[in-house]
Design a protein around this ligand. Structure first.
Ligand code: ZSD
Length: 425
């Protein structure tokens, strides 16, 4: 084609882009294309080259070549860099995922479960996505049948892509004393259209009774930092850490709701899920929780008490656990409230009128409605209710659990350094 262009006196230092379609007038030299030299005229219809990205550095580079001007070192570097940015793998559509977060029970939102698929062919389980831990473990074909009560199990021996991580074991105990342990496989793992190959899937060989009693929960998916992972001797990465590099954006969001299904999104921030602006605050990732500092609190319509409150954003904990001083200020406003040793926390008459509870994130304010704080009757049918706000004394850390998280749209940003964003909704 360069010869044809030259014959017609058209200047071109490089052959036309592959995508340029040259349409001659048909009397060409037998190759079906190209100009008919006899008539001295030709029509060249340009066509857009699919996926072509203009590359400025390369355009300047071509001009230097065209006029034989020595190419400066910096320009050579710029061409190499911009070529890398537009390389096929750099241009590949990034991945995202979105899945429902459904309350395991229809009354108290004690936890939320999300469907996942594991293995080939895919096995579907419902897992508790937990930003307060970092093990992905499941009820499995290795779990004693006496410890299974209605849960779905993952059977690695029925997956052609499962591989045993020989010699690796795990064992975890949660804040409420519940525990599980077992062995480890890797397999293909997907959440709402987002797939990770070679994800460490920890198979339970032992679960404590509180997990056995939770028939709709088939395991947990840890979304804390991978430093907390308990696999030994070789710690494993969380699903988010494995997926992060191929996500549009290194984030996941939690949109938990009161007595209805919310969503976990991976790789993008859905503007339809929040109002106003997202306020970001820094995250301390040591020792592995999403630890941030709230700017203070207010009880009901009372004054805002500006005071830093360090705590963790924990989707795997049902309630909110804060310092005694805040609890005293809150329950002082609740007729008949007491801190009951018998029930292990603040209780009050279910008929009591509760104030709302507001917490600060920077200048932003998030209000937990009273309904979220009248958590549940202490026992089925009791007239005494257990509070959604409890004391963090004895835990060692303040915990913003589901009672608070479902009052906001929360962005867990896994960049370096990590940060956490809060928006009203
Ligand atoms: C308790 C509880 N919480 O959600 C559910 C469900 C229950 C009760 N359920 C019958 C059993 C159970 C116990 C736990 N879970 N599930 C979920 C993980 N747990 C955490 C996670 C975490 N980040 N921090 C503290 N514990 C403890």
């Amino acid at each position: 084609l360069t010869a044809a262009f030259a014959a017609l006196g058209l200047a071109s230092a490089l052959p036309p882009r592959i995508g340029t379609t040259v349409i001659g007038n048909g009397n060409g030299n037998g190759n079906g294309n190209g100009p008919s030299l006899g008539s001295g005229r030709a029509t060249f219809k340009q066509a857009r080259r699919p996926h072509y990205r203009f590359n400025g550095a390369r355009a300047v580079y071509r001009t230097y070549l065209k006029y034989g001007v020595p190419v400066p070192e910096a320009l050579l570097k710029a061409v190499a860099h911009t070529d890398a940015l537009s390389s096929p793998e750099a241009m590949k559509k990034r991945a995202t995922g979105s899945a429902a977060a459904v309350p395991v029970d229809e009354r108290f939102d004690i936890a939320y479960i999300t469907p996942v698929t594991i293995g080939t062919p895919p096995q579907t389980l419902q897992l508790d996505f937990d930003t307060g831990s970092s093990d992905l473990w499941v009820f499995s074909s290795h779990t004693p049948p006496s410890q299974i009560r209605g849960q779905e199990v993952y059977a690695p021996n029925k997956s052609s892509t499962a591989k045993l991580l020989d010699g690796q074991t795990w064992s975890i105990t949660y804040g409420d004393g519940s525990a599980s342990r077992g062995n480890v496989y890797t397999d293909n793992f997907a959440v709402g259209g987002l797939t990770v190959e070679g994800q460490a899937v920890e198979c339970a060989q032992q679960v404590s009774s509180s997990f056995t009693s939770e028939e709709h929960m088939d395991g947990l998916l840890g979304l804390g930092f991978s430093t907390l992972n308990t696999v030994s001797p070789k710690g494993q990465l969380t699903f988010f850490d494995n997926a992060k590099s191929k996500l549009d954006s290194p984030v996941f969001t939690a949109d938990l709701k009161y007595r209805e299904a919310g969503t976990y999104d991976f790789g993008f921030i859905d503007k339809a899920k929040y109002t106003g602006e997202i306020v970001y605050v820094p995250v301390e990732m040591d020792p592995g929780y999403w630890t941030f500092t709230s700017s203070g609190y207010a009880v009901g319509s009372g004054n805002f008490n500006a005071a830093p409150i360090s705590g963790i954003a924990d989707t795997g904990t049902s309630l909110v656990y804060l310092p005694n001083s805040i609890l005293t200020a809150y329950y002082r406003q609740v007729q008949g409230a007491t801190n009951s040793a018998n029930y292990g926390g603040y209780v009050f008459p279910c008929s009591a009128t509760l104030p709302a509870f507001t917490f600060g994130i920077g200048e932003a304010r998030f209000t937990i409605p009273p309904a979220y704080i009248s958590y549940a009757p202490v026992t089925e049918g009791s007239a005494t209710c257990f509070g959604g706000l409890q004391s963090s004394r004895g835990i060692g850390v303040n915990i913003w659990g589901d009672v608070a998280l479902k009052a906001a749209f929360v962005v867990y940003n896994g960049e370096n350094p990590p940060k956490i964003g809060w928006a009203n909704k």
